[in-house]
Design a protein around this ligand. Structure first.
Ligand SMILES: [Zn+2]
Ligand SMILES: [Zn+2]
Length: 254
């Protein structure tokens, strides 16, 4: 995880042969810096997969797309592409897909799935390579059955733990924004995250990464406590990590 939260999102997923960046919500400079900190280079990325057009997921994208040294193909849903401010022209190496489509990038199988969020055509992703499955589901108001289905048998799961309901209610956001965040097309609360862990998390999930944690309406200590409690109730040995906004996480290796 290079960054996770409402000020910017990006994650790297790599095998020996293929490198995928999920979202480009950091400036190119910051992305280069964070990739370098784990020994990677932006110029070696094969594909950039976008989840949706909100600024915290695409703010660096238009600049990246115009950079000659960056050779990555950009993937996003057909309806998302026109919603992005590309500047002079959309990039030549753009692959638009139908939400729900699956496709192959190098030796990584990609499955996209629609998520309930107030963007034009938002998606989450499931990746499979060398028998390891990785799920990415952030920016979702709740976890519908369809997503539970897609997240089954994931070994590594990035799940949203956006806000603590009480903190959100008394927090600094205007009421209209609070309503948006809480809605079924907003963001996943600690409570919804905990419900998912208690009822649906697959026991084969070795690493659970909680992300998109609000800096105003949540606290890492609360997320940690709520999640640890849920995992304990299920007697799961799942390792728990929190993805941060300002520093890259450790590298999860399989
Ligand atoms: Zn977001
Ligand atoms: Zn969003």
């Amino acid at each position: 995880m290079l960054a996770s939260g409402s000020s910017g999102n990006a994650a790297l997923l790599a095998t020996e042969n293929t490198r995928i960046l999920v979202d480009a919500g950091l400036s190119m400079r910051e992305l280069r810096k964070r990739l370098a900190s784990i020994g990677e280079s932006l110029d070696d990325i094969d594909a950039i997969l976008i989840t949706h057009e909100h600024a915290d997921h695409v703010s660096g994208l238009a600049i990246l797309a115009r950079n000659k040294a960056v050779r990555a193909t950009i993937y996003m849903t057909r309806l998302t592409a026109p919603a992005i401010d590309w500047g002079p022209a959309p990039p030549a190496r753009l692959e638009a897909f139908q939400a729900g489509a699956s496709f192959q990038i190098g030796d990584i199988e990609v499955q996209s799935f629609g998520i309930p969020h107030d963007a034009i055509d938002p998606v989450g992703y499931c990746f499979k390579a060398q028998g390891v499955r990785v799920g990415v589901a952030t920016d979702l108001g709740y976890v519908p059955e369809s997503i539970k289905f897609h997240l089954r048998r994931t070994n590594v799961l990035l799940l949203e733990a956006n806000h603590d309901l009480d903190m959100l209610k008394v927090g600094p956001y205007p009421w209209s924004v609070k309503q948006r965040v809480m809605s079924r097309v907003g963001h996943l609360s600690n409570m919804h995250m905990s419900d998912y862990l208690m009822q649906d998390l697959d026991s084969c999930t070795a690493d659970l990464i909680l992300g998109h944690i609000s800096e105003q309406n949540n606290h890492p200590a609360i997320v940690q406590m709520v999640a640890a409690e849920a995992l304990q109730l299920r007697s799961l040995e799942t390792r728990l990590s929190l993805a941060a906004q300002h520093t890259p996480s450790t590298v999860f290796q399989y």
